[in-house]
Design a protein around this ligand. Sequence first.
Ligand code: SF4
Ligand code: ZN
Length: 520
Amino acid sequence: MLRLAMRKVKKEVVELVESAKPKRKRQRTRGDKDEEPNGPACLSTHHTFHDPGDVTHLRTLLLRWYDLEKRELQWRTVASTEADVNIRVYAVWVSEIMLQQTQVATVTDYYNKWMKRWPTVSDLAAATLEEVNQMWAGLGYYSRGKRLHEGAQKVVSELDGQMPVTVDDLLKQLPGVGRYTAAAIGSIALGHVTGAVDGNVIRVLCRMRAIGADCTSPAVTEALWSLANTLVHPERPGDFNQAMMELGARICTPKAPLCNQCPVRSHCLSYRKVHAKQEKTSRKLLGKEDVKPPALLDIEDCRTDGICPLCPSQPWDEELGVLNFPRKPAKKPPRVERTLTCVVTRHGQEGEDEFLLTRRPNKGLLAGLWEFPSRLLQEEKSEEEHKGALCADLSSLLGVQVIGSSLNYVGEVVHVFSHIHQTYVVHTLCLRDAGAPTQTENAQWLSRSALQEAAVPTGVKKVVNLCDLQKKHTSAETKRRKKGDIREVKKRPRGVKKATTNKNKQLSLTSFFKTTKQEP
Ligand code: SF4
Ligand code: ZN
């Protein structure tokens, strides 16, 4: 009898393990809509929505909130009112690319100007990259604009001007469109029933289902897509996905989530966990420890004896509360770079000062954008060698010999890209006469007003500001000296470093790198 019972238990365990295997395999198939109600790579149902009633309830709560609270955004209006599918897909594609890494408030103006200038994919294809870069100036991550432009040209030349209309084709045929963007465009512009997992959705789902393993791991990524595909509303997929993103952006925020205003808190395991703890504490304070509390704590645990690929490896930190989720891997520190840059000015024919700009290479960081003549400082070369090379560049650009001593050191400007901590070591060179008309494909003179309009990165604008500050400071000092006021100038404008001190520092390039690396 006992042997029979043991055989039965063994058989059940084998069945349980076997039944879990195909589920894991299925989740790795992109766009698979026939998954079990979100069976992640975990034997426990803890991280899933296994009750269809819960799924329906959550959809209803979320969409009710979204219908009342959603922001009116131009691309949403186009997606819901534009009859021409080609324009709809194009409009949502532009918005999604602009929204990658950039906040809605910043994108809105750029988006409206863009759509006014290039209302269709053919209009964009007919533009030049220079015009696109100019329109994109200040929005950051410039390769996005370039990809949109390339994509538009591809649609016109290879797809007969017709935007792709399936999630797979969007993914395969448009440069810069990944799994999330394809799903977002597919659901919002075309009504395809697919979940869409971006950074906001990752945060919401990890908190809602207590997923605490590294949220960039393959197991978590697949589990999140599986959850999103299960939850998405079959009749309003675009609205549902946008509602999830909006919830993440406005309520379930990274550092200060507004749980008490959250429409789906009744489905949130993190919220329940925090409240269960709070309840336990208050019971303790009220001396009711002996009375059995509601079964809240029972549902907080993932019953997989430490083998779950979705559970956190670190214990729950009471002080963090819902901020325990999501967990991210430690961020790589940005690469430290220093660049020698020279602002060359001349008196333009129109009476306005002009700046010399050169074009960056067509590949890599800030591809094809305009900047002041620059040289990336490399540790193995001395500063004099770098300066010499920059002077040689300037000599060939200007057709006159430029020597190191004619460059005036101004100061330093820091600009932080997502992965690079860039310091521009700024010099100026003021030409007395207009000189040769340097105007080639890769070099041009621009007046100050034209510079504001040009496709220049934010770092260049910061360099101009530094030069302006220094100029102001110098002329104020000269005036004071003229008046016979020889008192020590104690206050320098912000951002302008004392030139003499840095001049000394500049002599040792190695110390540059050491100093900067120590910065937080
Ligand atoms: Fe996020 Fe709080 Fe809502 Fe949970 S209850 S989803 S943690 S805002
Ligand atoms: Zn788990």
